[in-house]
Design a protein around this ligand. Structure first.
Ligand SMILES: Cc1ncc(COP(=O)(O)O)c(C=O)c1O
Length: 423
């Protein structure tokens, strides 16, 4: 039950974050090098090294350093040639940066529902979507919270329908699927170095490809599409999307710590999993047979029968506390009262006001007609499970504090706080 005077447990003096940057020291050396050599620019050794190291780590021929993951996705949309009015199949339960770049190019996202096994795009729903929209030729898929999706199945559906795959590995740098790194599976792929990611430059992103022509094009577009001429000569639209050499210095210093960050994130996930034994909640699912996530965020999902009533409007929420039950809102509020930051699951795109008129396809086909009720589990599929999987996970799930600087003692208190919500 919500402990309003938050005295039951020790309140954390400093905020325990969901996922905040963790610096080590080398970052400053590379930034200082950029400073002292005056390479305070979008050219320089740090960028070259970030490109080399990321391409090598992921296992792709080329990596182009860009200002952020979103700009990388925008240029990915240009590479696959999204046209005005063209429908593009997109992951539904993801951050909106996966999807917005489709719209920058005039495309129209059609959202594909999520599966319960990895919380990523459902290949069954994707196949259904091609039955409804056979003309579609581009698919954009993300690996949520650092857990690889059902890559082989998704790729097989894309291949069958001659569709190109854009892979958003913004959250999953360092995660592998069947032995290969995420970031290798798309016709073009991207990663992000945003401040909350597994390693960060404060900002930054990269586009990954095996095609030299694509890499050259993206590099050119990202620097205002300058032609090779003695003056500023432009034949096509350009962007100011290149990575800064200062930010690249931070990323360069972080890259050697990627595996160490993943190991610590994994430890956090496993401690939560152990700590929640006996509670009516489960951790976000991981397909360990096929993949090794980077464990970027630890999440939990409450069993349906242990959910107290929770009603969400567009921007606010109410819940009714109930003995033995809880809901994400109660847990998040209670954690916050102890200075511990969690977050709701990323609200699915088909539920967002901006995309409410866009198509949405579930494993049973066109999902729009049936899923306007904002109640998880309200509409069941033929298999008896909620038809709208994203809506269900959003209603029952939450992201837990996953910061690698959190101490074991602090994490134990978080576990105790969560446990107290079910008392
Ligand atoms: C799934 C996903 N895609 C894209 C992005 C965009 O990356 P950036 O913030 O670097 O623009 C993010 C994170 O921010 C993300 O989580």
């Amino acid at each position: 039950m919500f402990n309003k005077d938050n005295t039951k447990f020790k309140k954390s003096e400093s905020r325990i974050y969901l996922a905040s940057p963790t610096m080590h020291g080398e970052e400053l050396e590379y930034v200082t090098e950029a400073f002292t050599t005056n390479w305070m620019s979008t050219v320089g050794k740090n960028i070259d090294e970030v490109e080399r190291l990321t391409a090598e780590k992921v296992g792709r021929k080329y990596s182009v350093g860009l200002s952020c993951g979103t700009s990388a996705l925008h240029l990915a949309m240009k590479i696959v040639g999204v046209k005005p009015g063209e429908k593009v199949f997109c992951s539904d339960m993801t951050f909106d940066a996966t999807v917005n770049p489709v719209v920058y190019e005039g495309g129209v996202p059609v959202f594909i529902d999520t599966e319960y096994d990895t919380w990523n795009m459902d290949p069954v729903a994707l196949e259904k979507a091609f039955e409804i929209y056979p003309e579609v030729r581009i698919v954009v898929t993300a690996h949520l919270y650092g857990t690889p999706g059902k890559v082989d199945e998704l790729k097989a559906v894309c291949k069958k329908h001659n569709a190109l795959l854009v892979e958003d590995a913004a959250e999953s740098f360092g995660a592998t699927y069947r032995g290969a790194q995420t970031g290798t599976f798309g016709d073009v792929s991207i990663i992000s170095f945003n401040g909350n990611k597994i390693i960060t430059g404060s900002a930054g992103g990269a586009l990954l490809t095996d095609d030299e022509e694509v890499a050259n094009k993206v590099r050119k577009w990202s620097t205002q599409s300058r032609e090779s001429a003695p003056w500023y000569q432009h034949e096509e639209l350009g962007y100011n999307y290149r990575m800064s050499n200062v930010i690249a210095g931070v990323i360069r210093g972080q890259i050697p710590h990627l595996e160490e960050h993943i190991a610590r994130k994994k430890e956090i996930y496993e401690r939560y999993e152990k700590g929640f034994k006996g509670l009516p909640i489960k951790m976000n699912p991981i397909d360990l047979k096929n993949s090794e996530p980077n464990y970027w965020l630890s999440c939990a999902i409450i069993d349906p029968e242990a959910m107290c009533k929770q009603v969400r409007g567009e921007t606010d929420v109410l819940y009714a506390p109930e003995k033995g039950k809880s809901c994400p809102t109660e847990i998040l509020d209670t954690l916050m009262s102890y200075n511990m930051e969690g977050r709701p699951i990323w609200k699915p795109m088909h539920m967002q006001p901006i995309y409410r008129m866009n198509g949405f396809v579930t494993r049973e086909g066109n999902g729009r007609a049936k899923t306007n009720a904002y109640i998880a589990g309200g509409v069941k599929g033929k298999d008896g499970r909620p038809l709208d999987v994203g809506m269900d996970i959003f209603a029952r799930g939450l992201c837990l504090p996953s910061d690698i600087k959190m101490t074991d003692e602090q994490q134990d208190t978080i576990i105790d706080v969560v446990r107290s919500c079910f008392e």
